[in-house]
Design a protein around this ligand. Structure first.
Ligand SMILES: NC(=O)c1ccc[n+]([C@@H]2O[C@H](COP(=O)([O-])OP(=O)(O)OC[C@H]3O[C@@H](n4cnc5c(N)ncnc54)[C@H](OP(=O)(O)O)[C@@H]3O)[C@@H](O)[C@H]2O)c1
Length: 247
């Protein structure tokens, strides 16, 4: 109960869904949370609930100026960032022939460009200190095709490659970069789809473990990769998919 005692941990997309579970799990291990997203009121409520020095920060990962400002403010107010979890991201199933340029740009900016510039801002500070852990939330959809998710799958596949290249570049400075790839989790972003019985049956038939992942399942993997015990692990993708990709 103190694996991250007093460490500053940044979680993006912390206002709802998986981000709330990740932030809560780090706080239970003693971390001081910087909770980041566009919904300041929701983050403020979560920070009050978590306590232990958690603080809300406005962040729009599609806006590089917002990222720069957010990371500078966090370090000024909370101290050196030890862990960054890039969780902000969303899917939006659309048949490939119907995808517009705006759909493409929105998804790529959110899932890929935003993650890159958050990594960059964290690394600018971590590299000089020769200490830091970055965990990117990818998806099983980064390694297997999901119907009507062409842009999402491409963005998460790109995220895996980003994870590897940044890991290699920053490993000499003791900054690790890894990714976690969950199967479906019931969150505000997926609830509508997973509440449809036909979709649920089709998805569950592809998960040998026989259930969706939970935020706790994913948090176990993220906390491990962010821990000192994982300091020799970098550039990897840890799938939390209940066996989907082994089928
Ligand atoms: N749920 C699943 O089945 C599943 C499976 C595999 C991987 N994942 C990945 O897990 C992560 C979280 O997914 P989720 O299901 O929890 O999503 P969600 O319930 O839709 O929540 C998305 C989070 O991202 C934040 N966000 C969206 N746009 C943002 C922006 N421009 N700047 C900053 N934050 C932004 C939202 O906060 P605001 O609206 O407050 O900005 C929210 O906190 C994503 O990367 C997703 O790809 C999810």
């Amino acid at each position: 109960m103190g694996m991250f005692k007093d460490q500053v941990v940044v979680v993006t997309g912390a206002s709802k869904g998986l981000g709330v579970g990740l932030a809560t799990a780090f706080a239970e291990e003693g971390a001081r949370l910087a909770l980041c997203s566009r919904s300041f009121d929701e983050l403020t409520r979560l920070a009050d609930q978590i306590g232990k020095g958690a603080r809300p920060y406005y962040l729009d990962v599609r806006d590089v100026d917002s990222i720069r400002q957010c990371f500078a403010t966090i370090e000024r107010e909370m101290g050196p960032i030890e862990v960054l979890v890039n969780n902000a991201g969303m899917g939006n199933p659309i048949p490939a022939v119907d995808v517009t340029e705006a759909d493409w740009d929105w998804m790529m900016d959110l899932n890929l460009k935003g993650t890159f510039f958050c990594c960059q801002e964290a690394a600018k500070r971590m590299l000089g200190r020769k200490r830091g852990k970055i965990v990117n939330i990818s998806s099983q959809a980064s390694v297997v095709a999901i119907e009507h998710e062409s842009v999402y799958c491409a963005s998460k596949g790109g995220l895996n490659m980003l994870t590897k290249t940044l890991a290699v570049e920053w490993a000499p400075s003791n900054v690790t970069v890894n990714a976690v790839g969950p199967t479906f989790i019931r969150t505000p972003g997926t609830a509508e789809r997973l509440d449809d019985p036909a979709t649920a049956a089709s998805i569950l038939s592809r998960i040998p473990r026989g259930r969706y992942a939970t935020a706790e399942d994913v948090a176990s993997a993220v906390l491990f990769l962010a821990s000192d015990g994982a300091s020799m692990i970098t550039g990897t993708l840890l799938l939390v998919d209940g066996g989907w990709t082994a089928l």
